[in-house]
Design a protein around this ligand. Structure first.
Ligand code: ADP
Length: 308
């Protein structure tokens, strides 16, 4: 099991940043989503054992805070903020982080070469980080997160500040990391990144859990929307559909039809056949992650926050 949280709460003074998270999650790649201030970074730092919290949490079967050291040896963390001294060379930075994660100095130095090569910084490994471009800094941060061979990687906004090409390269690297049997938690507000990398989603809003589960489930609406196009008879079919209690929500280009809960797609096809209407295009619409995300946030904001 990747995570098992039970009523996890975190306060900064009187402010409650995490309001009692309870979940079980096992997934190869998880998107951690939520608007700014939702508590994503606080959750990642709590799950690394870097912040004290109330309630209980297990990461990869290890309990926090008791096994915080073991957790940090098994988990790599790419923080959102730059976390290095600008005059450090890439090789020193990465091997120093390897030592902080428990590797002996010689081993950390060898691994630092390997991971800097892996992220494409082999030529720049003896250069000072202060002179790196944003893309290079992000790669160096990824390298330090991988240096100790973690089983799980926390990535906090890894594509922040990158241009489209740099973003694509970073996502390619993350996809490659995924193939190496390393589980990933990707914290981001960029929903397309989550759609590309992740198979599950944890969604936070104002410190509360809004959704936790497979990405697919989030993208399936409770009521189906179907795109339909007929052979020259869209307007006629629209009238038949409405008479049969289907809701036509849009008629630009193609008809977009909401199937009510007491009807099925078969009913829609049967109606077309009975009215002698030839269907040319018939496509159930998947919700985009963005639509699903906004809908869940609306629902969360409309209902009162749970008591901690
Ligand atoms: P996210 O990563 O989703 O943007 P954070 O976990 O950084 O959210 O922050 C969650 C909330 O906790 C925010 O309202 C933030 O202002 C507050 N917060 C974060 N760190 C601290 C801190 N060290 N002291 C006080 N408040 C904090």
């Amino acid at each position: 099991m990747l995570f098992e949280l039970n009523n996890l709460r975190k306060s900064y003074g009187p402010f409650q940043a995490l309001k009692g998270l309870t979940l079980k999650l096992d997934s190869q790649a998880t998107g951690l989503l939520g608007p700014n201030g939702a508590g994503k970074s606080t959750l990642l730092k709590s799950l690394l054992g870097l912040l004290p919290f109330e309630g209980s949490a297990q990461v990869l079967g290890m309990s926090l805070p008791e096994q915080a050291l073991e957790v940090r040896r098994s988990v790599g963390y790419m923080p959102e903020n730059d976390c290095y001294l600008p005059y450090m060379t890439a090789i020193d930075y990465v091997s120093f982080n390897g030592q902080l994660c428990g590797l002996p100095a010689k081993h950390a130095f060898r691994r630092a070469h390997e991971v800097l090569f892996y992220v494409g910084l082999e030529e720049a490994r003896y250069r000072q980080l202060g002179g790196f471009s944003t893309g290079m800094k992000q790669r160096a941060k990824l390298a330090q997160a991988l240096v100790h061979g973690p089983k799980l990687l926390f990535l906090d906004e890894p594509t922040n500040g990158l241009d489209p090409a740099g973003r694509d390269e970073m996502l390619e690297l993350i996809e490659d990391v995924k193939t190496r049997d390393i589980a990933i938690v990707l914290s981001t507000h960029l929903l397309p990144d989550v759609e590309r990398i992740c198979d599950s989603v944890m969604m936070l809003n104002e410190g509360s859990l809004v959704h936790c589960g497979p990405l697919d489930a989030l993208q399936t609406g409770e009521e189906e929307l179907i795109e339909v196009q007929t052979h020259l008879k869209d307007q006629v079919f629209k009238e038949h559909l409405e008479a049969a209690n289907f809701e036509v929500v849009s008629e630009a280009d193609r008809l977009k039809v909401r199937v009510p809960s007491n009807k099925s797609l078969d009913d829609l096809l049967r109606l077309a056949r009975d009215k002698d209407i030839e269907i040319r295009h018939f496509m159930p619409e998947r919700l985009t992650l963005e639509t699903a995300f906004l809908r869940l946030l609306d629902e969360a904001n409309a209902s009162p926050a749970p008591e901690a």
